[in-house]
Design a protein around this ligand. Structure first.
Ligand code: PGA
Length: 264
C-alpha cells in the first residue's frame, strides 16, 4: 500500500486524474472501475479538462461502476447512472455501449449480480479501480461485516451510510435503503486500485485502515492484501496518522510500504 500525501482536495483530484489519464494513454482499451460520491467529483472535472486540452481519448475505454441504488430510475437525479453521465460521461468521448453500471431496477437481483460479474470477467477484469471510502470503512457499498469473498450482490445500507449520503437528497426517507454493489473479491481482482480520501470526516477511518489489522469489520483493510494499491489522501484526512508514517518511516513494511509527500 502506497500513501500519497497531498495538501488538499484539489491536489488529490489532480494527482488521481493524472494517474487515470496515464492509464488511458498507456492502454487505450483499458477497463476502468469507477466510483461515485463527493470525493471523486474533482477527479472527473480534471479528466474532463484533460480531455478538452490534451484530447485524451476514451473511445475504446470500457467502464464498470462499483454500485447503484436499488429502486430508482436511471434518470433519477440521485441515481449513480445520472451522476456518472452528469459528472463525466456526457463530457468525454466514451462509447455508450462501453459503459456498465449495475441496474438498480432489475427485478431479479441474483440474476443481475451474476450478469454484472460476467460483464467484468468478459472484459478481462478491471485494469484500474477508483475507490472512495465510507466513514464506516466501506468500499463500494460493502458495509462492515461483508465477507471478503463476496461477489456482486445486494446490500442493505447502514444508517451511517444513509446519513452520509443524505446531503444529496431532500430527506433521509428519500435515501434508498438498499443497493447493488461489486463485492469485495470483485474489487480485489482489479489489477490496480486507487483509493481517494479527503477531509476531516474521513480522518478517523483512514487512521484505522492504515494502522489496524485486516478485518471484515473495516472493509477497506482488505486492501492491504492487494499488491498494487495507492491511497491519495489530503492533510485533513491524514491528520490522525503519525507524522513518522507520513514521512515514510514505516515500521511494518508489509502493511504500509512507502509514503510520498507532495507538498508541505
Ligand atoms: P463520498 O462517498 O465520496 O461521498 O464521501 C464515498 C463512499 O461512500 O464510498
Amino acid at each position: 500500500m502506497k500513501v500519497v500525501a497531498v495538501k488538499n482536495f484539489e491536489e488529490m483530484s489532480q494527482f488521481a486524474a493524472a494517474m487515470i489519464s496515464y492509464q488511458v494513454k498507456e492502454k487505450p482499451n483499458s477497463v476502468l472501475g469507477l466510483a461515485t460520491g463527493g470525493t471523486v467529483v474533482g477527479t472527473y472535472k480534471e479528466l474532463i479538462k484533460d480531455h478538452g486540452q490534451n484530447k485524451t481519448s476514451y473511445e475504446n475505454i470500457h467502464t464498470v461502476n462499483l454500485d447503484e441504488y436499488l429502486g430508482i430510475e436511471k434518470d433519477h437525479p440521485n441515481s449513480y447512472h445520472h451522476f456518472m453521465m452528469d459528472n463525466l460521461f456526457s463530457h468525454i468521448n466514451i462509447t455508450k455501449d462501453n459503459i456498465h453500471i449495475p441496474d438498480g431496477l432489475a427485478t431479479d437481483y441474483e440474476e443481475e449480480s451474476k450478469k454484472y460479474e460476467k460483464v467484468i470477467s468478459d472484459l478481462g477484469g478491471v485494469d484500474l479501480q477508483l475507490l472512495g471510502i465510507g466513514v464506516n470503512g466501506h468500499i463500494g457499498f460493502n458495509e462492515p461485516g461483508t465477507p471478503f469473498q463476496s461477489v456482486t450482490h445486494v446490500v442493505e445500507l447502514e444508517e451511517s451510510t444513509r446519513q452520509a449520503n443524505m446531503r444529496f437528497f431532500n430527506s433521509i426517507e428519500e435515501v434508498p435503503t438498499h443497493a447493488i454493489t461489486m463485492g469485495i473479491s470483485t474489487i480485489m481482482k482489479s489489477k490496480k486500485i486507487l483509493l481517494l480520501v479527503s477531509g476531516k470526516t474521513k480522518a478517523d477511518i483512514l487512521e484505522k485502515v492504515i494502522n489496524k489489522d485486516i478485518t471484515e469489520r473495516i472493509p477497506a483493510t482488505v486492501l492491504k492484501n492487494h499488491p498494487d494499491v495507492t491511497i491519495i489522501a489530503d492533510e485533513e484526512a491524514l491528520s490522525l496518522v503519525d507524522d513518522e508514517k507520513k514521512r515514510g518511516f514505516d515500521r511494518d513494511k508489509k502493511e504500509f510500504t512507502s509514503t510520498y509527500l507532495l507538498s508541505n
